[in-house]
Design a protein around this ligand. Structure first.
Ligand code: ATP
Ligand code: MG
Ligand code: MG
Length: 383
């Protein structure tokens, strides 16, 4: 023997569908996802947005909230054993969240369905612990097998939409199309209102969060906002750069220092957008580095769940008004690859001035686009 043996557990990527429509469904689903994160041996690999969905099957009941989680779980000796163990754990969570015996497809505190278990295709007898709660009122359910992939997932937009957040390009076993293609097909059939995203998972809150529907208010930021502004800045930047830049580490510590410094300076022009009590966007303006006779929009970030909510628009309107107090013209830079942000600035009158390559993300040469905009309140007559 050559020393210690390191036990190797093979893992399988599983996708679990979450649903609820009784009581505080959002609170239940947030707690259920935290419980999935705590399942022994399981590692959470992703969580979709939260969707408000029209009930399917039994339509005379409240709207549902649905989401999908990606987990890596122990493979077990074979797929049937591994998948059954996961299903038993899911049914245990449903019970612990107070799911009561009602008919299948009816209202429920929590539904946890096993959608995919690696590339397994299974139809097997379930052990007694896996017996559904609905078996008491629906003998058909008692006789049903554990089926993976979940047999209905392909026909359900409330499954395909959140699954496409996590794995749009996945072609599940036996399919000839991606999850995203199936999602588009179902959306054409069910219509745009059947399944609507309403919230994003927030690591800070360990819960899904989203717009309250109330007014979004922009205020000058104060020192008391430094920590929350840094968290919003960091979470928003991570969402903006997802897929176009490497994920960063240690961003929060750095940005906490940045916001402490900004807010300690009485000459700073820093603002926050609030929805209810929560900061959902941050803004910082100042002189353009290298040419203080021009202004610069240094920082404008909005939490992903508030994209399209009007928070970004409120902030940029504030930016234009504040820049105009001191300058005629202003600059900003944005990653060339950040198409969404560039469209936002172009809609708001910013024009591309030049592209540059600068070190970002720990020294990686990165192409950025510099935009300029006149910020004079009303252009005076030509002289
Ligand atoms: P649906 O399965 O159509 O979404 P449901 O979730 O409302 O219906 P439940 O009351 O949760 O139905 O019961 C589902 C039954 O199907 C249970 O007996 C469960 O053990 C069984 N089942 C079979 N395959 C799966 C699966 N992949 N995930 C979850 N339950 C499954
Ligand atoms: Mg279900
Ligand atoms: Mg179920």
């Amino acid at each position: 023997m050559t020393g210690r043996e390191v036990p190797v557990t093979r893992h399988v990527r599983a996708y679990v569908g979450l649903g609820a429509n009784v009581g505080d469904a959002r609170g239940t689903l947030s707690a259920a996802f935290r419980a999935l994160m705590a399942l022994p041996g399981a590692r959470v690999r992703g969580i979709s947005r939260l969707y408000r969905t029209k009930p399917v099957g039994v339509t005379d009941q409240p709207d549902f909230l649905n989401a999908v989680a990606a987990l890596d779980v122990p493979a077990g000796p074979d797929a049937a054993t591994g998948a059954t163990a996961l299903l038993v754990a899911l049914k245990g969570l449903e019970r612990s969240f107070g799911r009561r015996r009602r008919g299948r497809w009816g209202p429920r505190e929590l539904d946890l369905d096993l959608l995919l278990f690696g590339r397994a295709r299974l139809a097997i007898e379930r052990p007694p612990e896996g017996t559904p709660l609905s078996a008491a009122v629906d003998p058909g359910a008692a006789a049903s097998l554990l089926e993976v992939q979940h047999p209905a997932m392909r026909d359900r937009l409330f499954v395909l939409a959140p699954l496409a957040d996590l794995a749009p390009g996945l072609v599940p076993p036996g399919w000839h199309e991606t999850v995203e293609t199936a999602r588009g097909r179902r959306e054409a059939e069910e219509g745009p209102d059947a399944v609507v995203p309403v919230a994003h998972w927030s690591e800070d809150d360990a819960a899904w969060v989203g717009p309250t529907g109330g007014p979004i208010v922009v205020d000058r930021a104060t020192m008391a906002d430094a920590d929350e502004a840094a968290r919003v800045h960091t979470a928003s930047a991570a969402a903006s750069y997802r897929g176009i830049a490497p994920p960063e580490r240690g961003g929060l510590a750095r940005r906490s220092a940045v916001w402490q410094e900004i807010l300690a300076d009485p000459a700073s022009r820093a603002f926050v957008a609030r929805d209810g009590g929560r900061i959902v966007g941050v803004l910082h303006l100042g002189p353009f580095r290298g040419d203080p006779s021009r202004g610069a929009l240094h920082i404008l970030y909005v939490l992903e769940a508030w994209w399209g909510s009007g928070a970004g628009q409120r902030l940029i309107d504030t930016a234009h008004a504040e820049l105009a107090r001191e300058w005629d013209e202003a600059f900003l830079t944005v990653l060339t690859a950040n198409a969404r942000a560039r469209r936002f600035y172009e809609r708001n009158g910013w024009r591309l001035a030049e592209t540059l390559v600068e070190p970002h993300f720990g020294g990686i040469p990165t192409e950025v686009a510099r935009y300029r905009r006149s910020v004079r309140p009303t252009p005076g007559p030509e002289r």
